[in-house]
Design a protein around this ligand. Structure first.
Ligand code: HEC
Ligand code: HEC
Length: 232
């Protein structure tokens, strides 16, 4: 099993490094290759109604539709990849990610319940009534270009995330939350920041970070018709 995971990670790393060149140019000599983590948590099991029941205890803060809060205090969870959610919740539970507000809720779940609530959340639609009224920006805007240059290698061309790297889906996320997390990552406030990402954030001007965050929020994961939880 372990060997299979290593092979999978190696193949993903090769594909990602190849992507730098297929685009016709080397993105930047300082563009980092991801430090690929191995997630010890394997996802399996049947889907049922348990996830929905468990999510009821999350809805007061994350909202019934998983849309979070636009002020950036509470993240949108709807449509996030199940694997990323499981990884985040397990890190909270075992103390390798420091986030006091979430700790009691993560600890209240058993390992099986983490799988089920994450499966439920991943299946919630990324598109909500509030996001539908926004205008989807052009794919060739300046912010889009900067996103492709600095972030897409790990988070996917449309911000859809990358399970192999445990890089979260970012499209449709509240820009205030994205910006806060970017600044927290630079300072490694939770103790689990991705070092490759922290390095790249250090070379991006604040104004560009704001534009990238606003672009990510506005593309709503619809630019290529991505469905909730998609990773390709
Ligand atoms: C009392 C309010 C509250 C409840 C209830 C709550 N959360 Fe949260 N959750 C938060 C806040 C606030 C954050 C963001 C904290 C921050 O970024 O500083 C968060 C963050 C998260 C994150 C992102 C963590 C990360 O590492 O990025 C996940 C995943 C999450 N919650 C899942 C859940 C699940 C699943 C439940 C129910 C079992 C739940 N939450 C219940 C308030 C809550
Ligand atoms: C080298 C790979 C890599 C690069 C490049 C990278 N990231 Fe990340 N990013 C990650 C990983 C892995 C995580 C998950 C670690 C964590 O939860 O802190 C992450 C987490 C995040 C988060 C937190 C999301 C959440 O739901 O918790 C945000 C926001 C983010 N990245 C934005 C960006 C932006 C914007 C860029 C480009 C300017 C970028 N990242 C570049 C790998 C990368």
């Amino acid at each position: 099993m372990k060997v299979a995971i290593y092979i999978l990670l190696l193949v993903s790393a090769l594909i990602i490094s190849a992507a730098y060149f297929v685009n016709g140019k080397v993105v930047s000599t300082s563009a980092p290759l991801a430090v690929i983590p191995e997630s010890p948590w394997v996802i399996e099991g049947e889907s049922g109604t348990l996830g929905a029941e468990l999510y009821a205890s999350c809805a007061s803060c994350h909202m019934a539709d998983g849309s979070g809060r636009s002020d950036g205090d509470v993240p949108r969870l709807a449509g996030q990849s199940q694997k990323v959610l499981v990884h985040k919740l397990q890190k909270l539970r075992d103390g390798s990610s420091y986030l006091p507000v979430m700790l009691p809720f993560a600890r209240a779940l058993s390992a099986d319940e983490v799988l089920e609530v994450s499966r439920y959340i991943a299946g919630l639609s990324t598109i909500t009534a509030a996001t539908l009224v926004q205008t989807v920006p052009a794919a060739d805007s300046l912010a889009a270009t900067k996103y492709q240059e600095y972030c897409s290698a790990c988070h996917g061309a449309q911000g859809q995330g990358n399970d192999a790297l445990l890089a979260p889906k970012l499209c449709g996320q509240h820009s205030a939350y994205l910006l806060r997390r970017m600044s927290e990552t630079r300072q490694n406030l939770r103790g689990d920041a991705d070092s490759g990402m922290a390095a790249i954030l250090n070379i991006i001007e604040k104004a560009d970070q704001i534009e990238i965050a606003q672009w990510l929020e506005a593309i709503q994961c619809t630019a290529t018709g991505l469905s909730a939880g998609s990773n390709t």
